[in-house]
Write a protein that binds this ligand. Sequence first.
Ligand SMILES: O=P(O)(O)OC[C@H]1O[C@H](OP(=O)(O)OP(=O)(O)O)[C@H](O)[C@@H]1O
Ligand SMILES: Nc1ncnc2[nH]cnc12
Length: 185
Amino acid sequence: MAADLTGPSGEPSARAGAAIDRLTRVAPDFPVPGVLFRDLTPVLADADSLRLIGVALAVGFGPFDVVAGLESRGFLLGTAVAMAAGTGVLAIRKPGKLPGDILSEEFDLEYGTATLELNPSDVADGARVLVVDDVLATGGTAAAACRLLRRAGAAPIGVSVAIELGALGGRAQLGDVPIRALRLY
Ligand SMILES: O=P(O)(O)OC[C@H]1O[C@H](OP(=O)(O)OP(=O)(O)O)[C@H](O)[C@@H]1O
Ligand SMILES: Nc1ncnc2[nH]cnc12
């Protein structure tokens, strides 16, 4: 089923944003010195916040057929979004976790380099995919996910994140893919 949640998004988005402000754990010097890490796990552990964020991340885009969750917090959020939207969820994974003929993309992070992988047989040709993650920082992760989806024959129709770290300029990596964030820090 294709989700089309283009209706008013202000109310769930505002409440979800307030929950992110209130519950996100902010950890200085994690995982390496100099990084102020924003850990969404306490937000996800709160039932009302999880439900609200699932809805808020799903709205405001055009129709989509499936959600892609990016390992690992993006798996939790991606499932909440898929449940809210009535779609399935694809797993875009860290290396060495998926069997079969997989596609890989390497990219740079705020604190190192990384690789993401996708099994192209998990996604239908031409599927419209909403990419979901917890944080958009440098944009490397989300951009790699979009490249994987295109290589698999799918169309990333948007990137929906709970938190955007504006100073890291991640939007520039996403080209013309629409991006929505519930909170900009
Ligand atoms: O925009 P970028 O610079 O690419 O950074 C964003 C990514 O960084 C974190 O992943 P990380 O692997 O640190 O965490 P997780 O696996 O615990 O979710 C976060 O979950 C995003 O996926
Ligand atoms: N500062 C940060 N907090 C949480 N996730 C991140 N991913 C990259 N930078 C991050």
